[in-house]
Design a protein around this ligand. Sequence first.
Ligand code: FES
Length: 172
Amino acid sequence: MNDKNEESIESSGCNRRQFFSKLSITLGGVAALIIGFPIVGFLLSPFLRKVPEVWRPVGSVDSFKVGTTVVVKYLDASPLPWAGVTANTAAWLRRDSEDKFIAFSINCTHLGCPVRWLSDAELFMCPCHGGVYYKDGEVAAGPPPKPLPRYPVRVRNGQVEIMASPIPITTI
Ligand code: FES
């Protein structure tokens, strides 16, 4: 084989190598996009998705006695189709007077544990670190940095309705 032929083979081999190198980089990039796009979309979706404000009925006005605080359960504002029972949420509902209702978040403002209502003491108690709230949701004792958040409440057609919204997240 003469020198010219060897040069030609070497140069075409080099081109082939470059071609496959570029092809594998391109295919790798496409594969990374195909795999990465859904992951990035999933991670960003909570920031991009607007949570709708929805009024949820929690019971007839007559079913709540004046001066009492009870737990009410309702459907989340934007339940996912596959959420099942996790789409249910709850709040503490207090009937202060004939026409005044207050809905409190069920989650403690310290680290989010569900608080319990002690009707005899008229206090909300958090079982996790001993946080205590008065019946109006103000902090009475313990580590909670803020009062219990409230949800908007209204009465429509004899039904008490709570505006469903995401669980308030505490930023200490
Ligand atoms: S989570 Fe309620 S006191 Fe800590």
